[in-house]
Design a protein around this ligand. Sequence first.
Ligand SMILES: Nc1ncnc2c1ncn2[C@@H]1O[C@H](COP(=O)(O)OP(=O)(O)OP(=O)(O)O)[C@@H](O)[C@H]1O
Ligand SMILES: O=c1[nH]c(=O)c2[nH+]cn([C@@H]3O[C@H](COP(=O)(O)O)[C@@H](O)[C@H]3O)c2[nH]1
Ligand SMILES: NC(=O)CC[C@H](N)C(=O)O
Ligand SMILES: [Mg+2]
Length: 520
Amino acid sequence: MSISHHPETVLIVDFGSQVTQLIARRVREAGVYSEIAPFQSAEEAFRRLQPKAIILSGSPASTVETGSPRAPKVLFESGLPILGICYGQQLLCAQLGGKVESSDHREFGRAFLDIEDSCALFEGLWAPGTRHQVWMSHGDRVTALPEGFRVVGTSAGAPFAAIADDRRKYYGVQFHPEVVHTPDGAKLIANFVLKIAGLKGNWTMAAYREQAVEAIRRQVGSGRVICALSGGVDSSVAALLTHEAVGEQLTCILVDHGLMRKDEAASVVNMFREHYNLPLILVDASERFLQALDGVTDPEVKRKTIGRLFIEVFEEEAKKLGGADFLVQGTLYPDVIESVSFTGGPSVTIKSHHNVGGLPERMNMKLVEPLRELFKDEVRELGRELGLPEHFIGRHPFPGPGLAIRCPGVVTREKLDILRQADAIYLEEIRKAGLYDAIWQAFAVLLPVQTVGVMGDGRTYEYVCALRAVTSVDGMTADFYHYDMDFLGRTATRIINEVRGINRVVYDITSKPPGTIEWE
Ligand SMILES: Nc1ncnc2c1ncn2[C@@H]1O[C@H](COP(=O)(O)OP(=O)(O)OP(=O)(O)O)[C@@H](O)[C@H]1O
Ligand SMILES: O=c1[nH]c(=O)c2[nH+]cn([C@@H]3O[C@H](COP(=O)(O)O)[C@@H](O)[C@H]3O)c2[nH]1
Ligand SMILES: NC(=O)CC[C@H](N)C(=O)O
Ligand SMILES: [Mg+2]
C-alpha cells in the first residue's frame, strides 16, 4: 500500500539489492519521505510520485551482461538530482556514455575510500586527502566516466569509487552508504537529499501516521475490516492506526493456534480489553493447527500450512461477522524482503514469513498493510506516536508461526508443553537479571535430539533445549547476546531441574548472517 502524495518525495529505483530498504530508511531519517519502485515500474512511479530526487539502488545483476536492468530514460530527462549506488553508479556510467567492466579486483566488506577532491556529497564530512571506512560489495567497476563527471574518491579496487557531475547534480558511489558499516553513510545520503536536492527535511513519524491513516481510509472506504491481532507490537500499531482511520468498521481477531507462549492468549485479550476500546474476538483454533501440523517436519511446509490456516480462520470469522472486505496485518519490511523478491526479480527467498510468502494464492479479502515499508524500530517510534505504553513497545518480537518454528522436527503437544515451560523460565530469568530491554529477542528452542544424562543417580534420555538471545536494530542483521556464564549456568540449572523432558541446555552463539534469528 502506498502512502498519499507528499510534496517532497525521493524515488528509489530498486534493482534487486538486499539492502534497498535501508536506502529508504536513511532518507526517512534525514526527514524526507521516500518510496521504492521496482525498476520495471519506475517510470509509472516517477509520473505518479513527482519526486524531487532519484536514487538508483544496487543489484545482483551486472550491467555488462546483456538484458540486465536499466533505469528508464525519463529519469535522466527529468533534470532531477540522481544518486547511483553500486549497480546504480555503474548504470549511470553505462547509460550516459562511460564504461563498466567485470574485474578481478572484487571488493566485499570493509574497504577504504580516499577522498581525491571536494564534493557536495562530502560537505561537512570528508575533506580531500582523508581516508574513510566504507562497505563494498561488488565485482564490476567503472573504468571510464561519461562526459561531465569527475572522480572525487578512489579505493583499492575501484579507481572511480565516488564520482560527481556537479552541473547535472549526478553522483555515483561504488560503496554502500546505506549500511551501518559505512559509518558516515547516513550523513552522505542526508547531504544528497538536503544539500544537493535542497529538500526541507521536515517529514516525521507524526506525518507518517497522518498519511497512513489517510491511505487506509482511501483504501477501505466504507468496507468492513478485520485485523489479525497477535498482541505483538506490529499488529497492535496496525490495529490502532486502522481504528483511527475507520473506527467502528474494524474488528480485531486473535487466533490461538496452540503455538503461543505460556498464558499468552489470555494476557493479550486482557490487555486489549482493559487498555483499548477495540472490539476483539479470541478464536481457539489450536486443535485444527496442531492436526494440520501433525507429522510435518519441513520448515517451509510448516510456515505455509500455518499461513494457510490463519487465512482460513480469518475468512470464517469474517463470514460470521457478515463478511469483511479487508484484512489488516502488521507486516513489516523485513518480513517482505526475506519472503519474496521485492522486484519480482532476482533477490532470493530466505524463509516464507507466514504473513507474506506463506499466504495462500487465492484470498477473498484484500490486504491492508500500513507498516509494510517500515523497520521494527520505526514501528516502535510510530507506536510511541500513537501513545502505546513503553513496556508494550519494548516487547520482544514473537513470530506468527509461534512455537512451531522453535520445535525443529515434528510438533507435538507434549513437545510444545516442554518448550513453553523452558521458555517461561528463561524469560523470567532475563527479566530478573534486568536484561530484557538490552536484548532484542530471546527464546528457547526444543531440539529434536535426545541425549543421555544422569539425574538423581538415574539415567535420563531427554531433549536438548537451546537458548537464543540476540541484539539487533531491525532484525535484518543480529549478533548473539554476550551473557555472563553465571547467568547461563543459573538458567540452565533451573530449566533442567524444573522442566521434565529436558536434561541438557546449550547456548546458540551464531550471528545473523550466517544464521537467521529463528531456527526454522
Ligand atoms: N496469533 C495470531 N492471531 C492473529 N494474527 C496474528 C497472530 N500471529 C501473527 N498474526 C498476524 O501476523 C502478523 C505478523 O506477525 P509478527 O509476529 O511479525 O508481528 P506482530 O506479532 O504484530 O509483532 P511482533 O513482531 O512484535 O511479534 C501480525 O502483525 C498479525 O497481523
Ligand atoms: O511474524 C512472523 N512470521 C514469521 O513467519 C516469522 N519468521 C521469523 N519471524 C521473526 O522475524 C525476525 C527475523 O527472523 P529470522 O532471522 O529468523 O528471519 C525475528 O524477530 C523472528 O522472530 C517471523 N515473524
Ligand atoms: N552490490 C551491487 O550493486 C553489485 C553490482 C554488481 N552486481 C557488481 O558486482 O559489481
Ligand atoms: Mg508476533
